[in-house]
Write a protein that binds this ligand. Structure first.
Ligand code: SAJ
Length: 417
């Protein structure tokens, strides 16, 4: 079996490295973050994901994986570093370039470089391939270059890593084939090979599809609010249609994928990507609607206390990247409200539920964690100054928390405010 070097040990790179190591490859996990490497060497990780910790223990015990701060000699290099947005909302590929540059001195003939990081369309052909060729490696002859974007859903990473079909874009047919052979060892999903640019844009459009669909229901929420009708009822009825499947409205779209990737398309075709840009705008202004509604629910009282339930960008994960909840919390705090955050998945930023709700004027549910569904809101109401709950995720049964004078609002009945 080949040795594989995985660069970037975040939400994608680490699970990928562990799965490769458990599939028989010898794996070197690489990250420039020294503290992360020390923690992994001691068997510790920060990512909260089912079975991942146990997998780390197993592959470490078997000696199938080692961790380093620089790439080591291998025959395959998988780059899974972040591609954030720069201040102009364009893809910042500098981490990918740094990773590639660090790999170049380790390359030998016939080695394979796979980029899993999400990158703009044309990046492999126009940026990465010329960089390898500039270093003296003819792509498709001396070394192979492919893009194999990840598709895993945070919260179900391991399961989806193994089972999702994958799109592999090769700079040449041989590049795609070489990458396919690596992935087929652990992947149970079908592996499709195509060219790099097709793989790049396919990845981007998957997340854009979801972002646009969420924008539709978020916009519908604002429309229904104006019309004084319950958006949840409308969605429920519309979804009875055999070809309609509306998603869930919420306080906005977060995470490092949906809130970022559509901009990579806009960047490349701003004149054409009108719907995509508008969807981004709708989703990223959703927090303003939540902030204004929360202010109304505390009657614009100065220094009202708001118990914020959830900072993570979505339920049952501890990831706060691009989280609308963080944005909402910050804006309310800057507006002078007293904020108590309760998020059992983000312990560093959280106080206890009792501390958060004590003397609060509003519980503002911003994340759909399971823990929030099973709380007894009528009991929490007893500790509050004014027992009002605004459930922006629609996780509580409508009208279900009405005891002890507790008033429950969600995105369906917020028109009443
Ligand atoms: N959200 C809504 N309403 C919904 C669904 C989601 O408001 O009906 C919000 C969530 O609360 C969250 C955001 O959208 O703030 C994104 O959450 P998500 O669960 O839709 O997606 P991610 O970002 O966790 O993972 C996505 C997935 N892409 C698709 O489903 C097309 C995943 O498969 C990708 O691998 C991942 O992006 C990625 O890394 O690109």
């Amino acid at each position: 079996m080949e040795t594989i070097c995985v660069l970037g040990l975040g939400y994608i790179g680490l699970p990928t490295a562990l799965v490769l190591a458990s599939s028989g490859y010898r794996v070197a996990g690489v990250d420039t973050d020294k503290a992360l490497i020390e923690n992994l060497n001691q068997g510790r990780m920060k990512i909260e994901e089912a079975d991942l910790q146990e997998l780390l223990r197993q592959v470490k015990d078997r000696g199938a994986i080692s961790f380093h701060t620089r790439p080591v000699r291998s025959s395959v290099f998988i780059i899974a570093v972040p591609t954030p947005l720069n201040t102009f909302k364009q893809a910042d590929i500098s981490y990918v370039l740094q990773a590639l540059d660090s790999v170049i001195p380790c390359l030998s003939p016939q080695d394979l470089v796979v980029v899993e990081s999400t990158i703009p369309a044309g990046c492999c052909e126009q940026v990465l391939k010329p960089r390898l060729e500039g270093a003296g490696f003819m792509v498709g002859r001396d070394v192979f270059l492919a893009h194999c974007p990840e598709r895993v859903l945070p919260g179900r990473i391991l399961q989806e890593l193994i089972n999702c079909p994958r799109i592999i874009g090769g700079c040449t047919v041989a590049c795609g084939e070489r990458a396919r052979q690596i992935y087929q060892v652990f992947s149970r999903g079908r592996l499709y090979t195509t060219n790099c640019t097709t793989a790049e844009i396919t990845k981007l459009v998957e997340n854009t599809y979801r972002d646009v669909n969420i924008a539709l229901v978020n916009e519908l929420t604002l429309i229904c609010q104006k019309l004084g009708i319950n958006v949840l009822e409308v969605i429920g009825y519309a979804n009875q249609h055999p070809r309609v499947s509306l998603l869930h409205p919420g306080p906005g779209v977060g995470g490092h994928c949906l809130a970022v990737d559509p901009y990579f398309i806009v960047e490349k075709a701003p004149q054409q990507a009108r719907l995509i840009a508008l969807a981004r705008e709708i989703n990223s202004t959703m927090p303003l609607f939540i902030i204004e509604t929360a202010k109304k629910l505390v009657n614009h009282k100065e220094k009202a206390k708001i118990a914020v339930f959830g900072l993570a960008y979505k339920g049952n994960v501890g990831d706060v990247r691009e989280s609308p909840a963080v944005q909402i919390k910050q804006a309310l705090s800057e507006a002078g409200y007293i904020i108590g955050v309760f998020d059992p998945h983000v312990p560093d930023e959280s106080i206890t539920v009792d501390e958060a709700v004590r003397d609060a004027d509003l519980i503002l549910i911003l994340t759909d964690h399971d823990e929030f569904k099973s709380l007894d809101y009528s009991q929490l109401a007893l500790k509050m100054h004014r027992p009002v709950v605004f459930d922006t995720r629609n996780i509580l049964p409508e009208g279900g928390s009405g005891t002890n004078g507790c008033r429950l609002y969600n995105l369906g009945n917020v028109a009443a405010t």
